[in-house]
Design a protein around this ligand. Structure first.
Ligand code: PGA
Length: 226
């Protein structure tokens, strides 16, 4: 499998800005697959502007299939418009959106059923990190998931997201090995990744790529990460 460079644009950009950014993303070297995850309204537009070897992902998906779920977007709809990936259980959705583990798992299953590749986010808060609870948190967040060859796990320490703080390479390696003890899926790292610090993790054999937030909103910065 190629290493993944995934841009999570979150709830940013107008349609024109999304179009411009999409058109400026270049495909990294052969070892890497670039993926961008714009907001729902920009998915089709962005797809039309991406170069053929940059893939499309969504930031969220409903736990339901088609039906009377006002405001929902189901996995089949994402697949239908050309998404290959979907982020599931991002800490912003778990913490700010109140998503339970049960809901996250249901979304994961819907995504897999529809033939999408889910990127399941796990990671500890600052409080849990300080209390030395990384292993407990990771095991708890993954407990009950079965292996699927389409599944990707993103290790995203909550305290690192959008803060500029990054764990040491040993901490990331340790977290990845804890995840792989539970589920032998590819694991990517996310949390304040940018073109200046990515070299730290780039050659970490167990790390299968990056999930990038803030730095993915600037094409030059994103293109320079790998
Ligand atoms: P960040 O976000 O790169 O801005 O820290 C990462 C994420 O939320 O996936």
């Amino acid at each position: 499998m190629k290493k993944l460079l995934i841009g999570n644009w979150k709830m940013n950009l107008t349609s024109n800005q999304a179009l411009q950014l999409a058109a400026s993303i270049t495909s990294p070297s052969d070892e890497w697959q670039a993926v961008v995850c714009p907001s729902f309204p920009h998915l089709s537009l962005v797809k039309s502007a991406l170069s053929a070897n940059v893939k499309l992902g969504a930031q969220n998906v409903s736990r339901e299939t088609f039906g009377a779920f006002t405001g929902g977007v189901c996995a089949e709809q994402l697949k239908d418009i050309g998404c290959e990936y979907v982020i599931v259980g991002h800490s912003e959705r778990r913490i700010k959106g109140g998503e339970s583990k049960k809901e996250v798992f249901e979304k994961l299953h819907r995504a897999l059923e529809a033939g999408l590749k889910p990127i399941l986010c796990v990671g500890e808060t600052l409080e849990e990190y300080t209390a030395g609870k990384i292993a407990t948190v990771i095991k708890e967040q993954l407990d009950g998931i079965s292996f699927n060859e389409s599944l990707i796990i993103a290790y995203e320490p909550v305290w690192s997201i959008g803060t500029g703080l990054i764990p040491t390479i040993d901490e990331v390696e340790h977290a990845i090995s804890l995840i792989k003890q539970v589920i032998p899926a590819p694991v990517i790292y996310g949390g304040s990744v940018n073109s200046k610090n990515s070299h730290t993790f780039k050659n970490l054999v167990s790390c299968s790529g990056f999930l990038v937030g803030g730095a993915s909103l600037n094409a030059q910065e994103f293109n320079n990460i790998v």
